[in-house]
Design a protein around this ligand. Structure first.
Ligand code: G6P
Length: 618
């Protein structure tokens, strides 16, 4: 989704802005631009359709300079992805420049009012409406830019993170946010400020960060303390956080793509996710999930859990439901956050809502949390960014702790989420007394072996690469699984769609008879997730049904499974494990399969078309 970078200080702004834009590329975008203000007050604007490198080629030619600037990667909402609609946008007089992430829902009526007052629009965007509203407010209220931003934002319905330059104020940059993330990095002695949509984009310059809250406006002036107010102009105090990102996680290292690196990161990051939470002691194993320890009463009293999430995080939620119902015997529902927020779902103070989000910024999940809180439910979130909006608005949050995930297709965050959900369900089940101590200890012991077992699967990377080359012809894929492997089938299909642009559907294997079987022919690859667990025999029957229709099967099986190997064209083996932990292993070959199919097709794996990593608009 759109990304914002800004800088005000004494350094040349351009390299800082471009570096920040490159770091935001992972979020997904289709055009970019930047505006630089020189000390003498001249504003230079550069925009390009496509990749940030296109913008660089234009800007470098123009030898751009300035110590104050704003830049943007745009993911089109209002208007086509082209230069005209790319940000920054200027106000009619050229005095103001703005970059914006979010959606101004009432932009049409504001635009009509402004047009009636003689304003002319040069783009199709809602952003150009906002910058002109700010300018109009400056003129009609005879106020400065910060005051005009506050007044204009009071009229806005929707979401925004903005950064605004006034060419007549070469020492000042104004920013604000509501429901879209924005962070301000503070340079030494306030001599400089770095603005970013996330900490990743500015972390190489400073680790002192202020996360703006909703409806806060910040004025950054070189050499002065950051000035933050609410929309009425009342001063608010902010907290400066030390954010130390693992910068090594932001590099591809020896890998050609972030996605492949992140797949290979999994053994290490799952160890990291479990460390200090799950460990061996003289008496067996100890499991400490802070959220469960701190809010034991709330969790034990819960009449129901409702898991809300989107995309891959929703698939993790489907596994979480099975784990919680099995180990804790507490009814659990899973909802798409985008549906939950507008449905008439009955939510009461006896419910606990579990929000799962890698980024912690997904607009629909955030809105679902707000709704749940209004109805009195306790909100527990699982996030990969503890400074994110979702972590901050939840009653308690657990860090999945897998390091920044840059590839748009989520991989290590999924296994991290499943790992935390498993630990949560086991810890709570232990507290509830709904799990036998022996079983509890056996599963914990097995969990600690999962990283090594994933490493073993990764050794098959070359084999999976060869197999993938065979499947590049496919127009469709069907993924089938049952029980704990059903959400894995959904996730495998999603990975294939996201990065290879091949239509893929995930289904519970037995449901195949009720529709998808009509699609099966010798051209259609059918992936069965058929590890040696619950309903294994029944899955074999489903395979026979596909074989009878000349379907071409690739099966994910438990090591040593001769029966399936003799029945189907291709198998990929995963080490044996307990049923509850099967997804942590069976998903890995599917991640590699989709990766290699996409690479064989010559596609942009890390930034697939039309997709965004962090979906900050609904
Ligand atoms: C986007 C991403 C997916 C992600 C989903 C939910 O669609 O491309 O990878 O699963 O958003 O994101 P979240 O950050 O809330 O987990």
């Amino acid at each position: 989704m759109c990304g914002i970078v800004g800088y005000i200080g004494n350094q040349d702004a351009y390299p800082i802005l471009i570096d920040g834009l490159h770091k935001l590329e992972y979020r997904g975008y289709d055009s970019s631009g930047c505006a630089l203000l020189t000390e003498s007050g001249s504003l230079n604007l550069y925009k390009a359709k496509g990749k940030v490198r296109e913008l660089e080629s234009i800007a470098v030619k123009n030898n751009c300079c300035g110590t104050l600037g704003i830049a943007h990667t745009r993911w089109a909402t209002h208007g086509l992805p082209n230069e005209r609609n790319a940000h920054p946008h200027l106000s009619n007089s050229g005095r103001l420049a703005i970059v914006h992430n979010g959606i101004i829902e009432n932009y049409a009526s504001i635009r009509a009012d402004l047009e009636a007052n003689g304003y002319v629009f040069h783009s199709d965007t809602d952003t150009e409406v906002l910058v002109n509203l700010i300018e109009y407010t400056m003129l009609t209220c005879n106020c400065d830019v910060a005051c005009a931003v506050r007044t204009a934002l009071k009229q806005i319905v929707g979401s925004y993170a903005i950064s605004v330059i006034d060419v007549k104020k070469t020492n000042l940059l104004v920013c604000a946010r509501k429901s879209s993330p924005l962070v301000i990095g503070i340079g030494c002695n306030n001599t400089e400020f770095f603005i970013g949509s996330d900490a990743i984009s500015i972390a190489s310059h400073t680790n002192q960060m202020v996360y703006l809250k909703d409806e806060q406006v910040a004025v950054c002036v070189r050499g002065e303390e950051l000035d933050v107010t609410d929309l009425d102009g009342n001063k608010v105090t902010t907290e400066t956080k030390m954010v130390d990102l693992e910068l090594s996680m932001l590099s591809k290292e020896q890998y050609p793509h972030f996605m492949l690196k992140e797949i290979f990161d999994q053994p290490e990051v799952l160890r990291q996710c479990m460390s200090e939470r799950l460990y061996a002691t003289d008496n067996g194993f100890e499991l400490n999930i802070d959220a469960v320890l701190e809010h034991k009463e709330v969790f034990l009293k819960a009449k129901r859990f409702i898991i809300v999430s989107c995309g891959t995080s929703w698939h993790a939620g489907l596994i979480g439901k099975q784990l919680i119902e099995h180990f804790c015997k507490i009814p659990t529902e899973v909802a798409y956050a985008s549906e939950f927020r507008y449905a008439d779902t009955v939510v009461t103070p006896d419910d606990v809502v579990i929000a799962i989000s890698q980024s912690g910024e997904t607009a629909d999940t955030l809105a679902a949390i707000e709704l749940a809180k209004e109805k009195g439910a306790f909100v527990y979130s699982l996030v990969n960014v503890m400074t994110s909006s979702i972590a901050r608005v939840s009653n308690v949050a657990t860090d999945i702790h897998v390091g920044p995930e840059i590839g748009v297709a989520s991989t290590k965050a999924f296994t991290g989420q499943v790992c935390v959900l498993t630990m949560f369900a086991l810890a709570l089940g232990h507290e509830c007394g709904t799990i036998e101590p022996d079983e509890f200890h056996e599963i914990l012991a097995e969990m600690l072996t999962i990283p090594d077992k994933i490493s073993k699967i990764l050794l098959q990377n070359d084999k999976i690469q060869r197999l993938a080359a065979v499947y590049t012809y496919a127009q469709n894929f069907l993924y089938l699984g049952r029980g704990y492997n059903y959400p894995v089938a959904l996730e495998g299909a999603l990975k294939m769609k996201e990065i290879s642009y091949i239509h893929a559907e995930g289904y519970p294997a037995a449901e195949m008879k009720h529709g998808p079987i009509a699609l099966v022919d010798s051209e259609m690859p059918v992936v069965f997730v058929a590890t040696h667990h619950q309903l294994y025999q029944k899955i074999l029957s489903n395979m026979q049904e596909v074989i009878s229709r000349k379907g071409c099967i690739l099966a994910i099986v438990t090591e040593g499974d001769k029966q399936v190997a003799e029945m189907v064209q291709n198998v990929i083996e995963v080490p044996p494990t307990k049923m509850f932990l099967a997804p942590l292993l069976s998903v890995v070959p599917l991640q590699l399969l989709s990766y290699h199919v996409a690479v064989s097709k010559g596609l942009d794996v890390d930034q697939p078309r039309n997709l965004a990593k962090s979906v900050t608009v609904e």
